[in-house]
Design a protein around this ligand. Structure first.
Ligand SMILES: *[C@@H]1O[C@H](CO)[C@@H](O)[C@H](O)[C@H]1NC(C)=O
Length: 319
């Protein structure tokens, strides 16, 4: 103690005691301040996991893509909405999301369609909502696709196909989705599967699955594709909820898209879903950022009729 300033004071003993008391007080203050910080730090991982299981988490950033803000074209034969830049619609803010590159909501009039055209290096699938779509390609496939059917083409090194509405009376309504494969030069592949309304009713049914996650599942398994993308579909009745388990660990991107029942979103009534505090009506989409697996995302049907929607769970790389 002799080399300390206190040693120069008249009563070293008292002053040492005083110093000691001050030190203890200071320590108490530091500890008192530290406890909440330390506690909150040790709580952090738990909070993150818990908040992932509820969509009201501030960690999730949900950005709506309103139905009418999408790119739109009415070519008479084709009435279409583009979530991402496509054909004559170009907006650098909406080019892709993860491996997802295109979501078009198309209505094709009777006796018209997309003539033969070619594709390469894209994963392309059509989710038929209503009506019949004829699909014909250079691999020799010819099919009439109906509601519930999902036609998947991995264009790979190149294919030519046409999509036509041969029906003379009814239009065909479908969603066409494209994703970027994580491998180039794949052998062209064609596959169609049916997912009935019953399978989707108040459940999430996996429609598309990354081949690496699919393993060698067969039968009722989803359609495999060469991209870190899972797509589920649901028809959720009013008041019901479904929970999606994030398909992989680590940061993920989620996108939701509500299917329309008419050419425009109904002003009143209609289907609505809720994720976090965001309500999506018919034709609306939503980007969900800040998603981290393992975790859950809850979707609730809050409209007046059943909501048919798609949920994409994807790797964070960009197409
Ligand atoms: C399906 O298409 C038919 C014929 O165009 C139409 O009458 C019916 O309203 C459509 N259903 C839905 C749910 O869009």
């Amino acid at each position: 103690m002799t080399d300390k300033p206190t040693s120069e004071q008249s009563s070293p003993l008292i002053s040492t005691k005083a110093l000691f008391a001050t030190l203890i007080a200071a320590l108490a203050v530091i500890l008192a301040l530290f406890a909440p910080i330390r506690n909150s730090l040790s709580r952090l991982p738990k909070t993150t996991i818990r908040s992932m299981s509820t969509t009201s988490s501030p960690a999730l950033k949900i950005t709506k893509r309103p139905w009418a803000a999408r790119g739109h074209a009415d070519h008479d034969w084709l009435y279409t909405f583009h979530t991402f830049s496509f054909a004559s619609y170009y907006d650098p803010r909406y080019e892709s999301y993860g491996p997802l590159r295109v979501i078009n909501e198309d209505r094709v009039k009777p006796s018209t369609g997309f003539g033969t055209h070619s594709h390469s290096e894209f994963l392309i699938w059509s989710y038929i909502v209503n009506g019949t779509l004829e699909h014909k390609d250079s691999l020799g496939n010819l099919e009439n696709l109906k509601r519930g059917e999902v036609q998947f083409t991995s264009a790979g090194t190149g294919i030519r196909h046409s999509e036509y509405n041969r029906n003379r009376d009814d239009e065909v309504h479908f969603l066409q989705i494209w994703a970027k494969p994580n491998k180039k030069g794949l052998k062209p592949h064609y596959e169609t599967k049916k997912f009935t309304d019953e399978m989707k009713m108040d459940k999430l049914v996996r429609i598309m699955e990354y081949t690496d996650r699919l393993g060698d599942k067969k039968g009722d398994a989803p359609i495999g594709l060469q991209a870190d993308l899972s797509m589920d579909a649901s028809i959720l009745s009013p008041g019901k909820k479904v929970t999606h388990e994030i398909v992989a660990d680590g940061p993920r991107k989620v996108f939701l898209q509500v299917v329309m029942s008419k050419r425009a979103q109904p002003k009143e009534g209609g289907a609505k879903i809720k994720i976090g505090d965001t309500v999506l009506g018919e034709g609306d989409g939503a980007y969900v950022e800040g998603v981290h697996g393992p975790g859950k995302i809850e979707v609730e049907s809050v409209g007046e009729k059943s909501a048919e929607f798609l949920l994409f769970d994807m790797g964070v790389y960009d197409a």
